[in-house]
Design a protein. Structure first.
Length: 303
């Protein structure tokens, strides 16, 4: 924690009235009621409150000035060691700061109109914070990890579960802003952005893939290999007489659901593709074949 004198902007020989006046000014400016949903200002407010809590207490202030305790109220290790060597008992230590000073309550009564019955220390849960990460489609399908930088400069590795959807939010309990007065820390929420895949289309837990097939595969059928979301290939049996628009299902080859306990399906949408270059033999065959086997493919569209 920062030096309490620096936090309040007062000199080390400042009197109690000067300390109280500095705190009143900063508390009025930084209070969460005045700055809703501003996590940075709220953290500054907590620092100011903790600094005032120490400096307004004569005993704590004296201990801090003598180097016996740190700015957060905990006993300094080097001082405890010196006392131990001198045969004295270990320091009682301090567990931290609460919003416990009576005159601090009076200050807030004045600043925010909270007059009447004096309330005891109040716990305030820390603010939640939000982060965003972006992952490729294949990594979201298989599950992956990402390291994010937290608001306090630290970093944390986040597990992206297999099958994570675009826009899905992951909750990291207790990784938000610290609480006040013994309140619990807030949570961190990580929103995952999944990059689109050039071939696969996701619909819930299922995935769709357009699969081109040759004329002979469409007419005669056969088994072909198609891409899978895991990066490998899957064997797909194409029935004889398949057509453009035919959809074939590969059960359990879609996205992971509920931690991998089950999977969605993968669907292949067939698209018949003719040879890129004109084929004289094929042309001659179709000409002869169509003389006795012509059929109307647009009949159903007639009105």
């Amino acid at each position: 924690m920062k030096d309490p004198y620096t936090v309040l902007g007062v000199s080390r020989d400042a009197g109690k009235d000067d300390i109280k006046k500095a705190y009143r000014r900063l508390a009025k400016e930084l209070h969460p009621d005045v700055n809703p949903d501003d996590t940075i200002v709220e953290q500054r407010f907590k620092e100011v409150t903790a600094a005032y809590d120490l400096l307004s207490n004569d005993e704590k202030r004296a201990q801090f000035d003598r180097g016996q305790i740190n700015a957060d109220g905990s006993q300094r290790h080097d001082f405890a060691c010196r006392r131990a060597r001198a045969g004295a008992e270990g320091g009682g230590g301090f567990s931290g700061f609460g919003f416990s000073e009576a005159d601090a309550e009076d200050i807030f009564s004045e600043l925010f109109g909270r007059k009447g019955r004096r309330r005891g220390p109040q716990k305030m849960k820390g603010k939640d914070v939000t982060y965003a990460v972006q992952v490729p489609f294949a990594e979201a399908a298989a599950g992956t990890k990402r390291r994010i930088s937290l608001y306090d400069g630290k970093s944390l590795e986040v597990k992206i579960p297999a099958g994570c959807e675009d826009g899905q939010t992951l909750r990291l309990k207790g990784q938000g802003m610290p609480g006040m007065g013994g309140g619990a820390a807030g949570d961190a929420f990580v929103t995952v952005s999944v990059e689109p895949h050039p071939a696969f289309e996701r619909k819930g837990e299922d995935v769709y893939l357009d699969v081109p097939i040759s004329l002979n595969e469409a007419v005669l059928g056969g088994t072909i290999n198609i891409p899978s979301i895991s990066g490998g290939t899957l064997a797909l049996k194409v029935p004889a007489g398949s057509n453009t628009g035919t959809v074939l299902r590969l059960k359990g080859k879609g996205m992971s659901v509920k931690g991998g306990r089950r999977h969605g399906d993968q669907y292949a949408r067939l698209k018949v593709v003719l040879p890129r270059k004109p084929d004289k033999a094929l042309r001659q065959f179709v000409e002869e074949w169509s003389k006795t086997n012509a059929y109307d493919v647009r009949k159903d569209q007639e009105t």
